[in-house]
Design a protein around this ligand. Structure first.
Ligand SMILES: *Cc1c(COP(=O)(O)O)cnc(C)c1O
Length: 217
């Protein structure tokens, strides 16, 4: 598939859901993709990209940011406290806040650098032991704590269990967001972004369907 195929499918899913096409941001997930493929998507004019690892992004994005204006970078992978500084320096949006200590560190660094990334709270909707994210019953408290730190929370993010129907997970995330007064819903990947849009996604994170299969994890 190409970027334009995915954009067309997003527009169609929005129409089906009676939503405006501009309601949904497409994050092109460029992790471990060959530079030439990422550069082709940049050349085509797309500007919203997602990466999983701070270190990988630090290695490849500064040169592109010099050459292409208006790029918006999203961090989609787990964030360690010792990587918060480079993450806040490089990323415009962080999708993986899941504990107060991490939020506190981001608040401190953001104030020091005068640069505040938009923040999503990652929710482990399937309560999977190996997966990052706050459990659904901890969302209200974490959002309240972050607001108490003067952090503004943009929305919630989830990665449903691979073996599950994603729709109930998307609905749960939407309910948790609504009751916390949050508009942003980061949900939906290559296999399920149309379902996610039907259930209210504002940000879909699509990698392999745009760039092709990843050869390394
Ligand atoms: C890799 C990744 C994606 C993109 O996955 P695809 O199936 O290639 O679309 C989306 N979100 C997160 C958090 C990821 O790690």
């Amino acid at each position: 598939m190409s970027l334009s195929d995915i954009t067309a499918r997003i527009d169609a899913a929005c129409t089906d859901a009676n939503r405006a096409p501009g309601d949904v941001s497409l994050i092109a997930v460029s992790k471990v993709q060959p530079d030439a493929r990422v550069e082709a998507v940049l050349q085509s004019g797309h500007r919203i990209f997602g990466e999983n690892r701070v270190q990988e992004a630090q290695g490849k994005w500064p040169a592109w940011l010099d050459r292409f204006n208006g790029v918006e970078l999203h961090l989609l992978g787990p964030l360690q406290s010792n990587k918060v500084r480079p993450a806040v320096e490089l990323f415009d949006v962080i999708h993986t806040i899941d504990r107060p200590k991490l939020a506190r560190r981001i608040a401190d660094i953001a104030q020091e650098l005068g640069r505040a990334p938009r923040l999503f709270v990652q929710v482990n909707t399937g309560a999977e032991p190996q997966k990052a994210g706050v459990l659904p019953d901890g969302v209200d408290a974490l959002v309240a704590e972050m607001r108490g730190m003067d952090l503004s929370v943009t929305g919630l993010m989830c990665i449903p269990p691979v073996e599950d129907d994603p729709a109930p997970h998307f609905d749960l995330l939407a309910d948790l967001a609504a009751r916390n007064g949050l508009d942003g819903l980061s949900m939906g990947m290559s296999a399920d972004f149309e379902t996610a849009i039907a259930h209210g996604a504002t940000h879909v994170r699509v990698g392999s369907a745009i760039f092709g299969a990843r050869t390394a994890a």
